[in-house]
Design a protein around this ligand. Structure first.
Ligand SMILES: NC(=O)c1ccc[n+]([C@@H]2O[C@H](COP(=O)([O-])OP(=O)(O)OC[C@H]3O[C@@H](n4cnc5c(N)ncnc54)[C@H](OP(=O)(O)O)[C@@H]3O)[C@@H](O)[C@H]2O)c1
Length: 240
């Protein structure tokens, strides 16, 4: 039987491309979490047109009922989950400013990028526990590395609420990996995809979406000897 992967925010961008590569190159059944049904079904149909076993699942990571329903459905339909990719994310700031970023922007950003990932992970942990090789990949960013954003040349790249949300997600990644570290079957890591051409990354980004998800796919398909509790970009460790 194929392994099962759930990807949040899979209707476009890096989420859709992650689903494509996991399905096409690794034979996964891919569950496409999307908050908009029409967009989710369109993504599902696109991947099915490429011969993949793809299924849309209604999933707004900021809505507890939606998260609970998605997890319940996966349990009923598949009985377990092998891979969770916490990909859904937003960046509402478009320039470097700190004091000018209003509280609502901070709340919305944390709601999706941090609390959304925590909620979905909490809801799916019992299903992941049933897998022989559970993998959790959290889509972080170089802008969430405290080491990197402390460098003077990074100043104008910082997006205060976004960077803080990804740093929080990194801390969560470490905490969860530490909790599961007694059982080596778990591999829980954070990925920096690189600056990739998506709606978020923009057309001037240096990598294609297909290149951007290489790190994500690597971490989702780690073997038994693979790392856990790390922050990676194409096999290289990034400092937290
Ligand atoms: N692109 C880059 O250069 C880059 C670099 C570093 C890290 N990342 C990270 O990689 C991840 C994917 O980024 P991307 O570039 O693919 O972004 P994107 O093109 O803007 O796509 C974001 C995805 O997240 C979904 N989403 C947003 N809020 C959601 C919610 N409440 N519930 C469920 N889904 C939600 C969006 O759905 P809708 O279509 O419904 O809005 C969309 O599918 C993000 O976590 C981002 O921070 C990206």
């Amino acid at each position: 039987m194929s392994k099962i992967a759930l990807i949040s925010g899979a209707n476009r961008g890096l989420g859709l491309e992650t689903a494509r590569q996991l399905g096409r190159d690794h034979g996964f059944t891919v569950l496409l979490g999307a908050r908009d049904e029409a967009k989710g079904v369109a993504a599902q149909d696109e991947l099915r047109g490429e011969g993949l076993d793809a299924h849309f699942i209604a999933l707004d990571v900021t809505d507890e009922d939606s998260v609970a329903k998605a997890a319940r459905f996966i349990g009923q339909e598949y009985g377990l989950l092998d891979v969770l990719v916490n990909n859904a994310g937003i960046m509402l700031e478009h320039s470097f400013k700190v004091g000018g970023v209003d509280l609502e922007t901070w709340k919305q950003t944390f709601d999706v990028n941090v609390f959304g990932a925590v909620a979905l992970t909490n809801a799916t942990l019992p299903l992941l526990e049933k897998s022989d090789e559970p993998r959790v990949v959290n889509l972080s960013a170089i802008l969430g590395s405290l080491t990197e954003i402390s460098k003077p040349q990074m100043k104008t790249w910082i997006r205060a609420s976004y960077s803080a949300s990804k740093a929080a997600l990194n801390a969560y990644t470490i905490a969860l990996a530490q909790e599961k570290s007694a059982d080596p079957k778990w591999k829980i890591n954070a990925a920096h995809p690189g600056w990739a051409k998506t709606d978020m990354g923009g057309p001037q980004a240096l990598m294609s979406a297909a290149q951007g998800v290489k790190t994500v796919v690597q971490l989702a398909t780690l073997g038994k000897e693979g790392p856990s509790g790390g922050f990676f970009h194409v096999s290289k460790t990034i400092n937290w």
